[in-house]
Design a protein around this ligand. Structure first.
Ligand code: PLP
Length: 394
């Protein structure tokens, strides 16, 4: 079917989309309605960690769909309990609350921190977050985010978020006062352009928050679930956070996210948190299949080795075209272009023939790569040869 035959006018405008309708996908490839295929280096925005339409996920989803889809959040169900237990045994956290999106998980973290501040820290409520951070699109998570322009977009903001600068511990310390209840950050700023918090900064942050009796919240919606070559990115800095949020990869493409905390911070009381779909067995069954596979030592080892390979190849590309290098961890990486040609490259790469390439310019001067975590070296080579083609055409 051609694009013109689809009733696109019924959809509320929120962003410019290309005149393409995607119909199916397999592994690292996605196909549109005209039959054209594209190598997918975006994977549903770092979501499809096992690629498109993974067999094990289809199996988990369809088996669960035939058993029980939603008994209501007021009752226990098997996959919900199994996945929660899997997450607590594979992390430093003791308690899990499931949500449907990363933003909702972060809302939960913000609410939990405020509740803790109210009952254990003399009403402290302020949460220090960072410039260029991204925590979601609800009013509170937009207020927590440090995206330029977001402070006035839907004013007035939710109160109580102060912005510090990433990797500058003094900027955090300056903002701390008696009202401060938590510091919240992404171990690597994803939407901000793949900007890692240094190991030293994470450790300083942990030390400072501990001294002041302030919670440390890591938003691992993008960095968690094996994306960086470890199950959770906080492991790389050798710290123990108090609260963590997960999303994206945890469902391998289905809407699932989670908020985790350590025992001593599990302070919600009856009726303070919930949601109709939270912890439904259909999504948590898929999450269990995904997380079980991601957590295998050989899977993580492979992500690290693929990450090192992608890094090497991006550096070579950078040298070949006089760009500004690359950065990231595991399979969350950015090619630094040194000039604002990102959006043009995204466009050119998609339009390549016979096969297109889907990439993302998180900022105009860089490209972000978030392939399936089970991508192969051959596929990386192929994708980068397509990228090379697009660069040369520019
Ligand atoms: C994507 C993202 C979110 C928001 O997740 P949604 O599922 O889109 O609500 C929050 N934090 C980070 C770090 C993200 O990358």
């Amino acid at each position: 079917m051609e694009f013109e035959d689809y009733p696109v006018q019924s959809l509320l405008f929120i962003t410019h989309r290309p005149n393409t309708v995607f119909t199916h996908g397999h592994g690292s490839w996605i196909y549109d309605s005209t039959g054209k295929r594209y190598f997918d280096f975006i994977q549903g925005w770092a979501v499809n960690c096992l690629g498109h339409c993974d067999k094990g996920m289809i199996q988990a989803l369809s088996t669960q769909a035939g058993k029980l889809i939603n008994p209501s959040p007021a009752y226990y169900n098997e996959p919900m309990l199994r996945l929660a237990n899997f997450l607590t045994t594979h992390s430093v956290f003791d308690k899990v609350f499931f949500t449907n999106s990363g933003a909702e998980a972060n809302e939960g973290a913000i609410k939990l921190a405020r509740k803790w501040g109210r009952t254990r820290k003399n009403g402290a409520f302020k949460i220090i977050t960072f410039d260029h951070s991204f925590h979601g699109r609800t009013l509170a998570t937009m207020s927590a985010s440090g995206k330029p322009g977001w402070d006035t977009m839907f004013a007035p903001q939710v109160d109580g978020f102060a912005k510090a600068q990433l990797n500058d511990i003094n900027s955090v310390e300056r903002l701390m006062d008696d009202d401060t209840v938590a510091v919240m950050l992404e171990p690597i700023q994803g939407e901000g352009g793949v900007v890692p918090a240094t190991r030293e900064f994470m450790q300083d942050l942990r030390k400072l928050t501990q001294e002041r009796g302030v919670l440390l919240i890591v938003d691992e919606v993008q960095t968690g679930c094996a994306r960086c070559g470890v199950l959770f990115a906080y492991e790389m800095s050798g710290i123990t956070p108090d609260i963590m949020t997960l999303g994206k990869g945890i469902g391998g493409g289905v809407p699932l996210a989670a908020m985790l905390c350590r025992e001593e911070f599990a302070v919600f009381e009856m009726g303070e948190q919930g949601g109709t779909y939270n912890g439904n067995p259909l999504m948590t069954a898929v999450g269990l299949e995904v997380m079980t596979r991601l957590s295998k030592p050989e899977f993580l080892e492979n992500v690290r080795s693929l990450g090192a390979y992608l890094s090497e190849q991006l550096l070579a590309l950078s040298e070949e075209f006089g760009f500004a290098g690359e950065r990231g961890d595991g399979l969350l990486r950015a090619l630094l272009l040194g000039r604002d040609i990102g959006p043009h490259l995204v466009e050119r790469a998609r339009q390549l023939n016979p096969d297109g390439l889907l990439i993302n310019a998180a900022r105009p001067n860089l490209l972000r790569f978030m392939p399936a975590l089970n991508v192969t070296r051959e596929e990386i080579d192929l994708a980068l040869s397509k990228l090379r083609e697009a660069i040369k055409e520019l």
